[in-house]
Design a protein. Structure first.
Lengths: 116, 106
């Protein structure tokens, strides 16, 4: 069974950093890219970024709102992808999700609250 | 960035109605468009990918078409379970934006 579980959310102060984990099982992680999304309360969904599989270069792309403040990485040996967010702002407060590939059901997310 | 313009923002309909939602892209997407459904308090679920391909398990009353940079999602006969918000999302470019959403309400 394919499982994709995001974790690591929490309450942080503005300017701090936070790293979310996207832990997977049930498929060959190395064969898939991982996409990150987020959604703030009462707002529409937002694409956060994407990391390609190693065979496609393993490179990442980022939403304009997070470029320069975020790093998406992956550990193919563990089947985990990471979203490191730095210099967090109050507007980064949202539920964060990860999926395998480019589109798919979002499943359960992890909440990130940026507040002083 | 490839921008997505979705319309209408709200759609009032009744059970049994045929409903159509439109997304227009600012550039060609090569078919790389998805449609999502989101119910209140739930995370989005995938309905359509590659512009017209129905995700496994999605009822056949949902269908989609594409013509150039215009994409449509149609619900052939609206059911109670279909009252939700629908979003299109392009995944053709490095920056992958969503449409503004269409809330389908009674």
């Amino acid at each position: 069974e394919v499982q994709v579980v995001v974790s690591g959310g929490g309450l942080v102060q503005p300017g701090q950093s936070l790293t979310l984990s996207c832990t997977t099982s049930g498929f060959d992680f190395a064969d898939f890219g991982i996409t990150w999304f987020r959604q703030a309360v009462g707002k529409g969904p937002e694409w956060v970024g994407f990391i390609r599989r190693a065979a496609s270069g393993g490179t990442s792309e980022y939403a304009t709102s997070l470029r320069g403040r975020s790093i998406i990485s992956r550990d193919d040996s563990k089947g985990i992808a990471y979203l490191q967010m730095n210099s967090l702002k109050t507007e980064d407060t949202a539920m964060y999700f990860c999926i395998r590939n480019q589109v798919g059901d979002w499943g359960q997310g992890t909440p990130v609250t940026v507040s002083s | 960035d490839i921008q997505m313009t979705q319309s209408p923002s709200t759609l009032t309909a009744s059970v049994g109605d045929r409903v159509t939602i439109t997304c227009r892209a600012s550039q060609s997407l090569g078919g790389w468009l998805a449609w999502y459904q989101q119910k209140p308090g739930k995370s989005p679920t995938l309905l359509i990918y590659h512009a017209t391909t129905l995700e496994t398990g999605v009822p056949s009353r949902f269908s989609a078409t594409s013509s150039g940079t215009e994409f449509t999602l149609t619900i052939a006969s609206l059911q109670t379970d279909d009252f939700a918000t629908y979003y299109c999302q392009q995944y053709a470019s490095d920056i992958r934006l969503f449409g503004q959403g269409t809330k389908v309400e009674i």
